[in-house]
Write a protein of this length. Sequence first.
Length: 214
Amino acid sequence: MSVENHRRFLAGPGERRALRTAMALGTATMLGAVGISMANAEPPAPPGVFSATDAAADIAAVKQLKTDYFHNIDTKNWAALRELLAPDVVVDTTGSGGPILVGRDPFIAFLKLTIGSANTHHQGFDPQINLTSATTAEVGWRMEDVLIFGGTLGVHGYGNYQDRYTKVNGKWIIKYSKLTRTRLDLINPDDGTVIEADAPLEEVVAKVNELLGL
């Protein structure tokens, strides 16, 4: 049988119409199935990539971590603060007139020495959160705080944090933190009125050290 006759045998005029109809219906069914699948199911994340749901939960956890960090400092809950820090955390306070501290216990000892007796209030704003992996994050924060030392010296500070966090056993902790001061106002401890606006960092550090006997 020739190729031409073979083609006529497989698909006459009526059969070709039926075949085209079947193919059209089949294509429509396949496209409909794809459309339903795309609309109702999120494609699986590639290996090593966290899903949008995971990312949203991690972002919320990172924000809560910083909230708890400030709260524990202000309430002087050193034991709870310790649990938020990696054992080998690095805290850089050179931009705030202090040292670079390595380890959570040295950092907490530094806090006790400098603001342990002060009445403090810290706030963080506008987090810029970058989840660099499923277990690491880099976050920038704007910050503002009020520090009252012994009822005789008040400081209203502004600045920013650059932090790095890591997730260990499902819990986010602080691995690195750098505080940079951008402005310090000396204020009246009683009513918060400004005594000296935009005071030099060195001057404020000297006044605090003198008051603390350091």
